[in-house]
Design a protein around this ligand. Structure first.
Ligand code: F6P
Length: 330
């Protein structure tokens, strides 16, 4: 007969780049712990806080008024120390010293890689909650923060469109996504971009020129090219602008780099609901003895994916969106 482990304290931390909705996950994890008579322990500044022992008890009231707030009240970091065995040993000692018997990590694939190594090294229960604006985690259709960031970007592009069409200008708008084009692709379609450049596909500079020529011929008063940070042309937005101005002298082009404003702001309704659902599942999974996995949304059902799969798996871009964008931008 297997005896079910009883959890008395569960620690939680946010790690990697912040994302709108991280606070909503924290709130959900904390309140689910309290609901199940488990003491939630908040760790400050990601894995660094675990190494330094920066942690304190939370309760249902310590997460009041944060569901609508951007950023993370627990702070976040990309920890170098946790990449070392010595750092992880210190983290384990701190968890033991504080009688903590489970850990919930909120972040992206770097966060889960740390969680996987730690969990295997010390046989310690760890569950992950995907929160990154990039939406590049395998095992969930949506990461917490993606919907909010895409809405922020869409609104920014709408505003740029106003000035672009007043001046008959072409704008190159750089959005986040070092390795993934989900933000660019979705916001490009939503804001009616003429072209979308992403890391996953190289459509070539010739095609860009042809498409912009066509836009001019068909009487468009402005053009928007949405460019993901890590786009596949090998050129950055400023080089792209120069290239187009060299080849199409009629165009007056400008560049807008949206930068870190994409990571801020109040989370959308979708992200708040997603965060709340994933937080509950994360705590209940640990309680039920399921570990070394990530909670995620699959066909609108909350499910677990082992860390190993979530980290190795590659999220595919929706190629249908490329086709839709092509047709819409005639
Ligand atoms: O949060 C993910 C991400 O937004 C990437 O798209 C981006 O390249 C990166 O973070 C930049 O983050 P930082 O400035 O924190 O290194």
């Amino acid at each position: 007969m297997t005896v079910k482990k009883v959890f008395s304290k569960i620690a939680l931390l946010t790690s990697g780049g912040d994302a709108p909705g991280m606070n909503a996950v924290i709130r959900s994890v904390v309140r689910t712990c309290v609901f199940h008579k488990i003491v939630p322990i908040g760790v400050s500044k990601g894995y660094d806080g675990l190494i330094k022992g920066n942690m304190s008890e939370m309760n249902a009231r310590s997460v009041k008024g944060i569901i609508n707030k951007g950023g993370t009240i627990l702070k976040t970091a990309r920890s170098k120390g946790f990449r070392t065995k010595a750092g992880r040993e210190e983290a384990f000692e701190n968890l033991k010293k504080n009688n903590i018997d489970g850990l919930i990590v909120i972040g992206g694939d770097g966060t889960f890689t740390g969680g996987l190594i730690f969990s295997e090294e010390f046989n310690f229960p760890v569950i992950g909650v995907p929160a990154t604006i990039d939406n590049d985690i395998f095992g969930t259709s949506h990461t917490v923060g993606f919907d909010s960031a895409t809405n922020t970007v869409m609104e920014a592009i709408d505003k740029i469109r106003d000035t672009a069409s007043s001046h008959n200008r072409l704008f190159f708008i750089e959005v986040m996504g070092r390795d993934a084009g989900h933000i660019a692709l979705n916001t490009g379609v939503a804001a009616g971009a003429e072209e979308i450049l992403i890391p996953e596909e190289n459509l070539g500079l010739d095609r860009l020129i042809q498409s912009l020529k066509r836009s001019q011929k068909t009487g468009k008063s402005s053009s928007i090219v949405v460019v993901a940070e890590g786009d596949n042309t090998g050129e950055n937005v400023f080089q792209l602008k120069d290239y187009v101005e060299e080849h199409l002298s009629d165009y007056e082009a400008r560049v807008a780099v949206l930068g870190h404003m994409q990571r801020g702001g109040s989370p959308t309704c979708f992200d708040r609901v997603l965060a709340s659902r994933l937080g509950v599942k994360a705590v209940e999974s640990i309680i039920n003895g399921e570990t070394i996995s990530m909670v995620g949304l699959q066909n609108n059902i909350v499910k677990l994916t082992p860390f190993k799969k979530a980290i190795k798996g590659i999220t595919k871009i929706n190629t249908e969106l490329l086709k839709v964008s092509d047709i819409m931008s005639i």
